[in-house]
Structures are given as C-alpha cells and as structure tokens.
Design a binder for this molecule. Structure first.
Ligand code: SF4
Length: 502
C-alpha cells in the first residue's frame, strides 16, 4: 500500500494549537508527512476523513444536535426519520447535547477505533451554537481522547472562532460553493442574517464575505480548515477552480469537491427542477484540475449527519437513544482499551509499511505510454482486500498508470448484491443490483475481491471487467499494481477513460 500524503507539497500548514485536525493529508508516507509539524502529523495520522490511509483503520461519528439552519441551499432538504438515505443533512434522531454525549461515550466504548466526533447538522452547527458547544464541552470533559470537528456553511463562523479555538476543536470544514455572488444567487435563494431574510446575490455576497472572513480567522489561529464544495454542473463547476485557488491562497489545508446529489424524491429545488449531478469523469476531472492548486480529498462518503463507523459503513442503528439508555459505560476503562487498540492499529500499519517496502510489486513501473487502468477493490478496512464482491456496499476505485497508483474515489451501491440467504435479493431485484454495480464500475478494467461468485463473475467479464479473487488479503495498492501488470501482460483492451459519461 502506498502511504502517501494527500498533502501539500508546497507550504506546510500552520500547526493547530493543541487540537486542530489537519486535514488534507491523507495517507502518509513517512516522506510525505515529513514536512508537517509533529502535532499536525499526529492529528492527521488517525483522522479518517483527512487521511486517505487512516480511513481504512479509524472510524468517525456525527451527532445530530443542530436542527436549525441560517441559509437555504438549493440542494438541501433536511428530513428526519429517513434511515435509508445517506446524504448530508439527513438524520434519524435529533439529539439533545446530553443524549449526544452519552451516544459518543457508548460508540467510543463499543467501537474503539472511533477517533473523531463531528457536528455537521442536520442544520448548521453554528446556527445552533448553544447545543453545539455544550456537546463539545461535555465530550472534551468526559472523553478527552476524541478529536472534535465542526462543519459549517460559514455564515455565523466569524462570531464563534474564538470559542472554537478555546475548545480545541480539531478542525473546521467550511462549505464554500462560490466566491461570486451572482453564482451564489443560483445556489442560495436566501440567507437569514441580522434577523432578516436576504435574497439573491445580496444575500450570497454576505455569505461569501463571512465565509472568507471566518476562513482567515481560523487560519490566523492555526486551526486547520477543510473546504467542501458541491459541484453543480452548469452552475459552479468551472468556477470551483477559482474557489480552490482562493481558499488555498488563504491557507486552507484541503479541498473536498463533492458531486451534487439531486433526486426528485429528495424534494430539493435542484431535485425537483431536474438539475443533473456530475458524471464520475466530470467530478474526477474537476478534482484533478483543482489538485494543481491544493490537496484534494477524494474519499469523502457524503455521510449522514448522524453517521457512525468506518467511512462507507453506518452503524447508527446500533446506537439509538433507546439502546444507549440500556448501556453501562465505564469510560475510564474504555479509554484504556481504546489506547491499546490504537497502539495495535499503529503497530499493524508499521508492519504493512514494512511489508510494502519489501514487496516485489512495489517497484513495478509500467512502460511509458501504457494507458491507465482503473481497478476496483472491495474491503472491510485494514488496508487489504478482504470483502466478498457480493457483500460490498461500495467499491474503491484506483487508477494505475506508468506514474503509479492513485485513489480515484468510492463508488456506492444501494444494496449489497448478495446479503445472505434470508434476505438475498432475487430475480429482477438481484439483476437490478448487479446492473447498478456494473454501471458504477463501467470505467474499471478489473475488480479485486476476497471472493467473486460465478454469476457476477461471468457478467463482469461480459462487461469487460476482469474479476479476481487472487489478491484476497493483499495490500490494496500492491494488489492494484500487480493486477495492472497482469493486464499489461495479457494485452488488455484499455478503456477510454475520458469517455466515461456516467
Ligand atoms: S462527509 Fe466526508 S468529511 Fe464528513 S465524515 Fe463523511 S467522509 Fe468525512
């Protein structure tokens, strides 16, 4: 596995005071991490959202304590009681700070690899400052081994930067979709500011100014900032390159360009109006274009505001308010256990690094001019290929080329193809799920899983995707390299990656 930092190869980010997650780096070869200050490296190292490598090992959770919002976005409709949906702003249970704190202790005890608590909604955390900061204060007091994160639209941010810094909130994410009020007017119909609703470009201008001011104030205090942007084709797609340059110039640590999610049934303005989402290739191209200017996050799962677990999984149903009330938690004991688990994970990561350094494929370089190949893998975590093809809820797509291996992004599927004999989809349903997987992997030349069943095997082959179970338990990036070498040897029919429109 290549352990590279998604990191700035330009200037080192400012160190956070004693908290301050550093985003951006993701993965972390010793070399790639070496330019970062020690306290930043420590924070990046086990942060699943800001370290691509760490997300194979560590989990995060969000608590939904912030119901109100102070702006309206055309892509947002906050709904409760919708457990089947996974997108930002959706939650099943709204919690009081006290309930949230109990939930955090319960999750941290049961899932010791959980390192990060974020408040990300379902509204805006800073439109609900009392609830948000009370939750943070309780967790800082009871569970000091958990990093605190906050995600905001930025409108109220300048008013709360000092409190954020005082609470050692690990890092702050600001959603910045534009720096031009005219484009902003197409995304935000209104903001609620100084007890007034302000519409159109006038409101967008205030929002943009507050976001930029909040960003500068955070950077001045040494807090690491990630900028999220929603890519909306025909609205801000081209413009996001400029956004990326500006926020990088101000010192943001990481840019996370995410695709618009717009379905009619979500009841959002864009969904109802038929605004399309970007294709996989459009997203990837824009991320590449922005990456010239700053670090890009490519492994974001656009999680629910009450997500729990490793990225890509959601264990929220194990921790409902009712279930938590029944749990007996000895957090002092849990903290000790957590420290041991974390030490074990770090020892395991060191072993994997050593293993990779010694592996035969680590030095494989394809001949110049060889076309790139996208290769999907299935994993349950741990940095290895250890998930059955049919059980996977998402596929991680890597691109191998003569330049090396790079992570492209996760591809989600709504239902696992094979979920066991009791609930296994059958007939048309099964076909529909497999079709959706084939569609999601249409740009891939191979898929590597712990095991692949006969039926999907033949359909994958028919779709020009070579299935393989040969790399079970192998390190992901080594396996991708080895599969790339195999494809080259076989003289595979390379796919035109620029033509992937879906
Ligand atoms: S939405 Fe993205 S940044 Fe936030 S927790 Fe999920 S993966 Fe991390």
């Amino acid at each position: 596995m290549e352990l590279k930092v998604l990191g700035q190869d330009n200037q080192a980010p400012q160190a956070a005071p004693s908290g301050g997650c550093s985003s951006g780096t993701c993965g972390s070869s010793e070399d790639g991490m070496s330019h970062l200050p020690d306290n930043v490296r420590e924070k990046v190292n086990n942060h699943p959202c800001y370290s691509e490598e760490a997300h194979h090992f560590y989990a995060r959770m969000h608590v939904a304590v912030a119901p109100a919002c102070n702006i309206q976005c055309h892509y947002c409709n906050r709904k409760y009681d919708c457990a089947n949906e996974s997108r930002p702003g959706v939650v099943s249970e709204l919690l009081s700070p006290d309930q949230a704190s109990k939930k955090v202790l319960a999750v941290a005890s049961e899932i010791p690899q959980m390192t990060v608590l974020g408040v990300a909604g379902p509204g805006d955390p800073l439109a609900n400052p009392e609830r948000t900061f009370e939750t943070f204060r309780e967790i800082a007091d009871k569970a000091p081994d958990i990093k605190l994160c906050l995600s905001t639209n930025g409108l109220a941010l300048p008013d709360h930067v000092d409190e954020i810094a005082a609470l050692n909130v690990d890092h702050v994410t600001i959603t910045i979709n534009c720096v031009d009020p005219e484009i902003g007017a197409e995304i935000y119909p209104w903001i609620f500011w100084n007890n007034r609703r302000i519409h159109g470009a006038k409101g967008a201008k205030i929002l943009i100014e507050r976001q930029q001011k909040g960003l500068e104030m955070l950077i001045e205090r040494g807090i690491l900032v990630k900028v999220n942007s929603v890519m909306i084709p025909g609205v801000n797609d081209e413009h996001l390159k400029e956004v990326s340059q500006i926020v990088k110039g101000k010192g943001a640590f990481l840019h996370n360009v995410m695709p618009l999610i717009a379905e009619k049934e979500h009841g959002t303005f864009y969904g109802v109006m038929g605004q399309r989402s970007p294709s996989k290739q459009e997203l990837s191209d824009l991320q590449d274009a922005c990456a010239g200017d700053m670090n890009m996050m490519r492994h974001c799962r656009q999680c629910r505001a009450d997500a729990v677990g490793l990225l890509g999984e959601d264990r929220g149903e194990e921790f409902t308010v009712e279930k938590i009330e029944q749990m007996k938690i000895d957090y002092a004991e849990a903290m000790e256990r957590r420290a041991n688990v974390h030490a074990g994970i770090e020892a395991h990561r060191d072993e994997l690094r050593a293993q990779q350094a010694e592996s035969d494929v680590a030095n494989f370089i394809a001949p110049e001019g060889t076309p790139a190949a996208r290769i999907a893998v299935t994993t349950k975590g741990g940095g290895v290929i250890n998930e059955h093809f049919g059980h996977a809820k998402e596929y991680l797509v890597y691109e191998a080329s003569p330049e090396g291996v790079r992570f492209i992004g996760p591809r989600k599927v709504d239902n696992a193809y094979c979920v066991g004999p009791d609930v296994c989809p059958s007939g048309d349903d099964k076909g529909t799920v497999l079709d959706a997987i084939l569609d999601a992997l249409s740009d891939c030349s191979a898929v590597l899983s712990a095991k692949v069943g006969i039926e999907p095997w033949s359909q994958l082959e028919a779709a020009g995707i070579t299935p393989s179970g040969e790399y079970a338990m192998d390190l992901i990036e080594d396996a991708v390299k080895a599969m790339y070498a195999e494809l080259i040897e076989q003289g595979w029919a390379a796919k035109d990656l620029t033509a992937q429109a879906v």
